[in-house]
Write a protein that binds this ligand. Structure first.
Ligand code: CTP
Length: 402
């Protein structure tokens, strides 16, 4: 599977002869499973037609802030376009466009979109060899690099001028290759499979009542997002929650009870490389679920509970290659209890939540945790957002397994 699959790619085309090659470039992006939108400088339309690129990208092509010929013209919103993009690639980037990108000289839609982009921007320069070697161009490329943009070096060969040398835009295949390799480098968990549990479980008492807990699911969803951001394919088994997963690499499987969570986890565990149990699973469930709503009668009501299976422990008992992470919520003898849980459940790492810390635990956006690994190494983190804790946990796992 290409890492470009499902990516939103914004292609900016400026006025160089190499613009004709952008037709192939759009094709390659589409073939890799990406969505493509194209922004052109007005002059680039002399080298390749918007119709060619709109047909290949299956999207309208934009080259001005609005269509001057259309009385009912709508504003082509460069900010929206830029925010839509997961990556932006400017190819070909002429000396003129490079200089404008450096100075912020925003007289066309392409530059305005570039200045609005928050995503990674790749630049494929294309010009004649002496222009490419000119200190002015070198200065532009150095400045753009210092802005955090990535330059896809021009290639050597025959140039449109008839001269031969460096300056030719990288071939479309090489541009795709460059971007793919760069994204893969930023995705250390590419092709790794994560199984994560999140949220509470609800244990039915009768058709309308249940035993549950206050877990929001936020910690588990943040962990799933953090893993997916680094390329992991995530199966997220979640009890009832309002959280939503935004990354397409996350497959959410909603469950209600501990029994259901147990079954789904066992279904996906064999193919997982990493399993993280952040769910607040109910330890007990009603022994019998009443068929009808229980009517109020006596002054007291006893509900007999039986123990749920411990999902994490059952996975620890059968684990082979999987890296297993558990959570522990302790109120006393925290470290000793957490260490005992590592042994009992055959874990590689445990994330200890202490209820003694203000700002940590259920329903809040922050958490204070301690990581303890199976060798007894302890790392206590300060109070952080759940997103930051999730990033730290994933970084810790990467450090250990890669
Ligand atoms: N867990 C699980 N299945 C259960 C209970 C817990 O998978 N039936 C997982 C949780 O997701 C968490 C870890 O086990 O990762 C620790 O759960 P916790 O409730 O802190 O500890 P317990 O093992 O239940 O022990 P105790 O209640 O005695 O503290």
């Amino acid at each position: 599977m290409s890492i470009l699959r499902d990516k939103n790619i914004l292609l900016g085309v400026s006025a160089g002869i190499a613009a004709y090659k952008t037709a192939s470039l759009v094709r390659l992006f589409i073939k890799a499973g990406a969505q493509v939108q194209v922004v052109m400088t007005p002059a680039s339309k002399d080298f390749v037609t918007p119709l060619t690129l709109s047909t290949l990208s299956k999207n309208p092509v934009f080259s001005s802030f609005y269509d001057e010929q259309d009385e009912n013209a709508v504003w082509n919103n460069h900010v929206e376009l830029a925010l839509w993009a997961d990556i932006m690639i400017i190819a070909p980037a002429t000396a003129n466009t490079l200089a404008k990108m450096v100075s912020g000289d925003c007289d066309n839609l392409l530059i305005a979109t570039y200045l609005s982009a928050k995503c990674p921007v790749y630049i494929a320069p294309a010009m004649d060899l002496d222009m490419y070697k000119h200190p002015s161009t070198i200065h532009s490329l150095q400045s753009l690099t210092s802005f955090g943009n990535l330059i896809i070096p021009a290639e050597s060969g025959e140039l449109a001028s008839g001269l031969s040398g460096e300056g030719r835009m990288a071939e479309p295949e090489n541009i795709v290759d460059f971007i793919t390799k760069d994204l893969e480098g930023q995705s250390p968990l590419l092709n790794k499979k994560f199984l994560i549990t999140a949220g509470p479980t609800y244990e039915a008492i009768d058709p309308v009542r249940f035993i549950g807990n206050h877990s929001s699911g936020k910690m588990g969803f943040e962990i799933a997002e953090a893993a997916a951001r680094l390329g992991a394919q995530v199966v997220l088994v979640s009890g009832p929650t309002n959280c939503k997963a935004s990354d397409t690499l996350i497959k959410v499987i909603p469950v209600v009870s501990a029994e259901e969570m147990y079954m789904v986890c066992h279904q996906y565990f064999y193919e997982a490389d990493v399993m993280i149990a952040s769910a607040a699973v109910a330890d007990y469930r009603p022994k019998n679920i009443a068929d009808q709503k229980i009517k109020k009668q006596e002054e007291t009501l006893n509900i007999e509970l039986i123990k749920n299976k411990d999902i994490l422990q059952s996975l620890g008992a059968i684990k082979e290659k999987q890296f297993l992470v558990g959570f522990a919520l302790e109120t006393e003898n925290e470290i000793a209890n957490a260490k005992a849980k590592i042994k009992k459940k055959n874990l590689d790492l445990i994330v200890l939540n202490s209820l003694q810390d203000a700002g940590a635990g259920f329903g809040v956006d922050t958490n204070k945790v301690t990581f303890i690994d199976k060798d007894g190494q302890i790392e206590t983190l300060p109070l952080k957002s759940k997103e930051a804790v999730a990033n730290d946990l994933i970084a810790k796992i990467i450090d250990t397994i890669l």
